[in-house]
Ligand binder design. Sequence first.
Ligand code: 13P
Ligand code: SF4
Length: 327
Amino acid sequence: MTDYQKSLNEIIKILRVNDAKIIAHYYVDEILQKIAEDTGGFVSDSLEMARFGQQQKESTLIVAGVKFMAETAKILSPEKRILTIDSDATCSLDDGCEFNEFKRFCQKHPDREVVVYANTSAKVKSIADWVVTSSIAVSLIEYLTSMGKKLIWAPDKYLGQYVIDKTGADMKLWDGSCVVHEEFKFTELKDMITKYSDCDVLVHPESPRSIISLANVVGSTTKLIEASKTSKKKYIIVATEKGIFYQMKKLSPNKIFLEAPTAGRGATCISCARCPWMKLNTIDKLLKVFNEKDNEVFLPDDVIRDAKKSLSRMVSFKEKNIINKAS
Ligand code: 13P
Ligand code: SF4
């Protein structure tokens, strides 16, 4: 029996005994995505993870991802026990948007509606009017702009700028960024495109504007995976977290996937396209997930109640949008 099969058998047992299911993000290591798939769990983007979790009959969800994803699952399924694999797995966007500071920022602009990205704490979500993920940011802001709304956007300044460029929205931007996407390098990416001319460039909108300007497709993790599948090109250059390559390669085994460069002039390459917090999720920790009491997510009732309002508005906006597109 392989080591993978041994771990898988043990995890299946742990899940059965504890009435649990795994929901994983595309950015965690390939092996964890495979474990989620092979145990009847789910691998997806941040929004779909929470929506899937909500529909499961199991009383416990194990989130292979980062803290804001586990908190979102708790907000949408407060009756369930939600566990993180490592309670230190956070996100630079979430960490860079401290509740009291953000509240003061909002108070300075009382005439604006508050839109926050899913990559924020539950407490920040609780004072927002809307929560968005990258999958619906442009369509929601387009809608709010058509209603004449002036907005506050937090925390990712690059995604915010991308949305402004696409929609012309009047938005005050919070100064946050993702340590992974911020590191992609323009000149080196341009050189790479010249070298591999038969290529498509797929970019997550948390990347700087200069990187987005070189993209063939810009979108959420789900959109990028779909684009990698439908692309007719031999080379696919990907400017997002490397964990996503597992799903892309599975769908297109004959294409060649290349990481967009993070090294080059001015490079510090702290993350090199790997999210340091996603990497904290490991099989060893998953095997012990029920032994660590810090792994469970607890949120105050009032935070759940208020954050659920802004999150649910996003979920129903997304559902209506899908219906409108289909009809
Ligand atoms: P998605 O919402 O596209 O899954 O992205 C989450 C994230 O953390 C991107 O860095
Ligand atoms: Fe946060 Fe960036 Fe990691 Fe996504 S990749 S979880 S935005 S630090």
